[in-house]
Ligand binder design. Structure first.
Ligand code: C2G
Length: 130
């Protein structure tokens, strides 16, 4: 069983997120999503519209997602890879190169092209105009 992990806030879930999760799952058999907690979002300088619990429930309803765990800090990735026996780390290419250090843990690192024209920020902005 090939195990894949990805990380993110996934606020105001949209088709760009779904595209990422679909492609991530296609790279293996089991997809873990490490979901940024509200507290970690504050560290990331993000304030999500939906709370962690609501964002978690949304992700758990997606057919591609097998497990959702909390992302609480920047440092947990190495431990996660070993604790969950992860073969592949996947994330959007807005993070290109940032997590290559995980290769030293024996984990494949893949950056997938982001889906153009959609982002949580763009949704918030366009809704704010109406
Ligand atoms: N994404 C995408 N296309 C978009 C928007 C987002 O492919 N149009 C991808 C991002 O590249 C990321 C995932 O969807 O892989 C989740 O996006 P965010 O919630 O914005 O994640 P981010 O805040 O970048 O958190 O430790 C890593 C961080 O937690 C990543």
């Amino acid at each position: 069983m090939k195990r894949v992990i990805t990380y993110g806030t996934f606020d105001l879930l949209h088709y760009g997120h779904i595209n990422l999760l679909k492609r991530a799952k296609a790279l293996g058999d089991y997809l873990i999503v490490a979901l940024s907690t509200d507290e970690f979002n504050a560290l990331k300088g993000k304030k999500s519209y939906f709370s962690y619990d609501k964002r978690k429930a949304l992700l758990e309803a997606i057919r591609y997602v097998d497990l959702v765990i909390p992302e609480e800090n920047w440092e947990q990735k190495v431990n996660d890879i070993h604790e969950y026996h992860v073969d592949t780390f996947v994330i959007g290419n807005d993070w290109e190169g940032k997590f290559d250090f995980l290769k030293k843990e024996g984990c494949e690192v893949i950056y997938l092209p982001r889906t153009p024209e959609i982002s949580t920020t763009q949704i918030k902005t366009s809704l704010g105009k109406n």
